[in-house]
Design a protein around this ligand. Structure first.
Ligand code: UGA
Length: 440
């Protein structure tokens, strides 16, 4: 059977990763976005964010001639059989979901598909709250669905930033939310062509598929807030170490070892946003969101733990200089959306502390937010020089390699706060060393 031609609508992390991996697998692919500058840069092989292996894949896609980046939605839909809708669903001020991108995209898609002769499958990749597809998306296409000219399926995405390409190429699961067997089977057949061996696949109804996505992210967030709560206990119990507790409980197969890394709190464009959306959504149903609220509360307080430590060390003073290593919300990305570095730097600025920052990838994004309020350093050493305290906020591999004498030679005072637990405390016995979840 012939491979379907693909269009990907919305070229953020999810959309662009899907577009370039599809061409890698030999699918003719159109990548569509309303942002003209983004499209211009993609045509030149330049993504507007950093993601490991993305640029190489993008260049190979362009070279293969299978991909076309365009702002022309009509041409893309008319010349493809299957579309992935990957536009963003950001939060509004009250935490609820902003559906404006979804709504305007579906309206435009409808206006084009109503004139298309052949069948089209629209796959919703965007993270949308339960019942969004059945109440907001499907009604737009009702007459086309009735005439069997198209179908809509939901297919939540579980890729992580920093691992996007490899996650698309080997997902742990495919979830297909369908209202009829035909549409779900069509998507499954596409995946059979994409993967040599079909990954584990769950077929379910649309609303369940939507909720699976939120359940996944809310559970991951819960694990992190759980271990951070324990970290905060450990901090007050001399001789205890949250990492040892995580190691021990992680051996229980019912718990598992992943997402038990204590730290300054989770950030990024997904976990915090999806948690807020599910809290807001749950408000309609008595106290259904009580656990999610607690998870969010723990996370909001977590960066304050770092400030508390600095206060205890008497470093929140205008005469002190603090070096921050790590600005991105996690390693291997330049993304600073909802990164803890932002709230911590804001608090430090209020205290009048001098701040030096360094990150291997996120400097430019940080500069756009803080301009001249902090000093931007070109290297780890420049950042550590003459500092009163080093604060590690992201777990970049290059920070793990910093030797104790590198800190002591460069810094004015040997004060270290390891908020990511990447340094071995036993090597820092001559330092004033503090770490999240390490009893003092
Ligand atoms: C998250 C999910 O992991 C993906 O499965 C999902 O597809 C994605 O959201 C999404 O909804 O699009 P991502 O935001 O890229 O992926 O990042 P994560 O790896 O989940 O990390 C989120 C935050 O949690 C980071 O700040 C990270 O440092 C923190 N974290 C993670 C911890 O503090 N401890 C841990 O043990 C793990």
């Amino acid at each position: 059977m012939k491979k379907p031609r693909i269009s990907v609508i919305g070229l953020g992390f999810v959309g662009l990763s899907i577009a370039v991996t599809n061409t890698k697998k030999g699918f003719i692919t159109k990548g569509v976005d309303v942002d003209k500058t983004k499209i211009k840069n993609l045509k030149k092989g330049m993504p507007d964010f950093f993601e490991p292996n993305l640029q190489i894949c993008l260049k190979k896609s362009l070279k293969s001639g299978l991909v076309e980046f365009t702002t022309n939605l009509e041409d893309s839909l008319l010349n493809s059989e299957l579309s992935f809708l990957c536009v963003g669903t950001p939060s509004l001020k009250d935490g609820s979901m902003d559906l404006s991108y979804i709504k305007s995209a579906t309206k435009r898609i409808y206006d084009i598909l109503k004139n298309k002769k052949r069948y089209h499958l629209l796959v919703i990749k965007s993270t949308v709250l339960p019942q969004t597809t059945t109440k907001e998306i499907i009604p737009v296409f009702k007459d086309l669905i009735k005439k069997e000219k198209m179908d809509v399926v939901t297919n939540p995405e579980f890729l992580r930033e920093g691992n996007a390409i490899s996650d698309v190429l080997s997902p742990h699961l495919i979830v297909i939310g369908e209202y009829n067997h035909k549409s779900g089977k069509l998507l499954e057949n596409y995946y059979r062509k994409f993967y040599r061996k079909l990954p584990e696949t769950i077929h379910t109804n649309i609303t369940t598929a939507e909720l699976i996505k939120y359940a996944n992210n809310a559970f991951l967030a819960t694990k992190i807030s759980f271990i951070n709560s324990l970290a905060n206990l450990c901090q007050n119990l001399p001789g205890t170490d949250v990492n040892m507790i995580a190691k021990a409980i992680g051996k229980d197969p019912r718990i598992g070892p992943l997402f038990l890394q204590a730290g300054p709190g989770f950030g990024g464009s997904c976990l915090p946003k999806d948690l807020l959306a599910i809290i807001n959504f749950s408000q309609k149903f008595d106290n259904a969101g009580i656990l999610f609220k607690a998870v969010d509360q723990v996370n909001k307080n977590q960066p304050k733990r770092v400030i508390f430590l600095l206060d205890k060390m008497k470093l929140l003073h205008p005469k002190k200089t603090i070096s921050i290593l790590g600005l991105s919300f996690k390693k291997n990305t330049d993304d600073i959306r909802m990164a803890v570095s932002i709230s911590i730097v804001k608090d430090l600025i209020k205290k009048g502390v001098k701040i030096k920052v360094y990150d291997p990838m996120a400097m430019e994004n940080f500069r756009q937010l803080f301009f001249k309020k902090v000093t931007y350093c070109a290297s780890i050493n420049e950042c550590l020089k003459d500092s009163d305290c080093c604060l590690i906020l992201t777990e970049w591999d290059s920070f793990r390699k910093i030797a104790p004498n590198q800190f002591s030679k460069l810094m004015k005072k040997p004060n270290i706060i390891d908020a990511r637990r990447i340094l071995d405390p036993t090597k820092f016995s001559n330092f004033n060393f503090h770490a999240i979840g390490l009893g003092e």
